[in-house]
Every structure is written in C-alpha cells, then in structure tokens.
Ligand binder design. Structure first.
Ligand SMILES: Nc1ncnc2c1ncn2[C@@H]1O[C@H](COP(=O)(O)OP(=O)(O)OP(=O)(O)O)[C@@H](O)[C@H]1O
Ligand code: SF4
Ligand SMILES: [Mg+2]
Length: 319
C-alpha cells in the first residue's frame, strides 16, 4: 500500500518542571513507527495520556520530534522549516475533538470555512468552494448556513463545519483527534459515517484517534493500540478485534459494552489498575504492573514490536 504519512521510530520527550529545581522528562511518544496508507483509515486507540494526541500533532508536523523521522508522500519533513511546508499544510488537515474550542464564535460559518482558502491565497470562486464543502458535510442547502454562527447549531453540526473547513483545501490526509467524543451519542454515528464516506469518495487518508475500541472497529481499516507512549499491537481491524494478542488490547476489547442486552450487565473484565504515569514508566514491559500474564522476563526486558502473523504486530513476551 502506498504510504501517505509515515512515522519512523519517532519519539517526543517533553521536559516539564517538577518542583523548583528538578525537571522531569515525560516520554509521551517513545519509538513509534506507523504509517497511514492511501485512502485508508488507521485508528489509534489507547487510554488517556497514552500519547495519541502527540502522535497526531507529530504527523501534522505541529511538533518537531525529539527523535526519528516524519515522512509525507515520501518527503522527509522532520525538520523542514515552516516556510517550506506550505505544500504540506494544504495537503494535511486536522479535525479536533471540541468544535467549541476550534471554532471562533464571532465568525460566520462562511468565514470559518473560507479562512484556509484565504490563508493559502486560493484564487477563484471561494464561496462556491465553501458551498461545495458545506454540501459535502450535509449542511444543505449550503447558502442557508453561510451567514449563520456556529453557536446557533448543535455540536454535531458544529463538527460538520469543522470538517468542511478541513476539506476546502482538498487534503489527502486528515488527522481526526477524538472527533465525536464531545458530540451527543445520537449524532456520533452520522459523523463517523460521513468521515468514512469522504474517505471513500475522495480517497482521503485518515488517522482516527479514539479511546473507544467500538468505534475504531467499525470505522477503520487497521487499528494501532497505544499504551504509555508505545504501540503495543497493530493489525487489520477485524484481526485485532477477533484475535487480540496483547493483554492490554484484550482488556480494551473486554471493556467494550456488549450490544446484546442480555449480556449488558454481565461481569466484565476491565483494564485493571490505573493508567501509569509516562514521566515514570515501569522497567521492562510498561504494561507489566497491570498484566495478568506477567512473567519474570517482563519486568526486565521491554518487548519489541514483532510481526506474529502477516500484518499483525505485537509487542509482548508471550509471543
Ligand atoms: N506540551 C507538553 N508538555 C509536557 N507534557 C506533555 C505535553 N503534551 C503532552 N504531554 C504529556 O504527554 C503524555 C501524552 O499526552 P497526549 O495528550 O498525547 O495523550 P492522549 O493519549 O492524547 O490522552 P487523552 O486521551 O487524554 O487525550 C501525557 O502524560 C501528557 O501530560
Ligand atoms: S510482555 Fe509480559 S507483562 Fe507485557 S503484556 Fe506481555 S505478558 Fe504482559
Ligand atoms: Mg488526546
């Protein structure tokens, strides 16, 4: 598969202050390798603090990594200065979690969606492009939305405006960071289907970030599971869901509510223990304090990500 965006052994260590003199290093992302293929959706799943947003920002070169390489359409952009990234800024877009915070309430929908066209000095019929984008996200008829303000609309509709804004420059890659987690449950599926449709019709590649295995399995081609700054498993979505290999992935899948009402109140294993602190990760396998299968070697050696079956990678000493 043609790779659109690729992270090669990328790390992002933040130095943050703890106390007056001491500073600590937070290994938010530690040696991550992944790619998003052409017209593919890769879901990145993990608990809060596992480093998902940091990976999204790195893939958009909103951060410069402390190690590794970022490749976009075969071009190494790891340290490319901002003024030489204009081509990339057009092709790679973001959709964020909170449509309130990413949308200025004093701008009309037209101004919001048009802004990237102005920033990138796109000539021609800008209103036409804006209307086309609004129609693509089902804000129809588009001209009725142009002069409205986002706060007049529901969370789901505001997120549609955010997606329309991400579309006007005809990107080939969109990183969507928990795009539906702030939206009421009834509109969530619609927004996810919309993203899926855009991916299929326009051949856009998506990085879909979520802590929710249930939406990941429905809306992605492959799933990467992240735990404390590392990818612990990556495979095709069906493979991961039907045959999870890593104990952490197994626990995430066990935590997904059963759609069968008869089983809804069944005892379920959840991921035991608190998510650990990336400023002070455990030695060896970072999951070992929470793992039901922990062995002696797990406390000493950090397992590498290995291909166990074709296209199915896991980092665990059980395999
Ligand atoms: N700019 C920063 N400075 C210091 N630490 C940071 C910075 N950005 C992120 N971190 C830390 O890096 C770790 C990973 O953060 P990140 O936001 O990527 O996680 P996440 O998986 O997106 O979590 P969530 O599900 O809560 O959004 C966290 O411990 C976070 O506190
Ligand atoms: S390496 Fe060991 S501790 Fe880590 S997930 Fe596998 S069995 Fe559990
Ligand atoms: Mg996040």
């Amino acid at each position: 598969m043609e790779k659109i965006v690729e992270l090669r052994n990328v790390s992002m260590f933040f130095r943050s202050r703890s106390g007056l003199l001491k500073s600590i290093v937070v290994k938010a992302v530690d040696g991550v390798s992944l790619y998003v293929g052409k017209a593919e959706t890769l879901a990145l799943v993990g608990e809060s603090g596992s480093g998902k947003t940091t990976v999204a920002k790195l893939s958009l070169r909103l951060l410069k990594p402390t190690g590794g390489r970022i490749i976009f359409e075969g071009v190494d952009i790891t340290y490319t200065p901002e003024k030489e990234l204009r081509w990339f800024r057009r092709k790679a877009q973001a959709v964020f979690q909170d449509p309130y915070s990413s949308i200025n309430p004093y701008m009309t929908i037209r101004q919001i969606v048009e802004e990237p066209l102005i920033l990138h000095k796109v000539e021609g019929d800008k209103v036409g492009i804006v209307e086309e984008a609004l129609e693509a996200v089902r804000l129809i008829p588009a001209e009725e939305y142009l002069d409205k303000y986002p706060h007049m609309h529901s969370g789901g509709q505001r997120q549609r405006v955010g997606i329309a804004r991400a579309l006007v420059l005809k990107p080939i890659y969109i990183a969507a960071d928990e795009p539906v987690s702030m939206i009421d449950a009834s509109s969530r599926a619609e927004i996810l289907y919309l993203l899926r449709e855009l991916q299929e019709k326009r051949g856009i590649s998506f990085l879909y970030i979520t802590h929710d295995m249930a939406t990941a399995r429905h809306f992605s081609d492959r799933i990467a599971v992240m735990h404390l700054g590392k990818i612990v498993e990556i495979a095709e979505s069906n493979d991961i869901v039907n045959n999870p290999l890593h104990p952490y992935t197994q626990a995430l899948i066990e935590a997904v509510p059963d759609p069968n009402p008869a089983n809804r109140f069944r005892e379920r294993k959840t991921v035991s223990g608190e998510p650990l602190n990336p400023a002070n990760p455990p030695e060896g396998c970072r999951f070992h304090p929470r793992c039901p299968y922990v062995m002696d070697i797990c406390r000493l050696n950090d397992p590498e990500l290995k291909e166990i079956k074709k296209g199915h990678y896991v980092a665990c000493h059980l395999y």
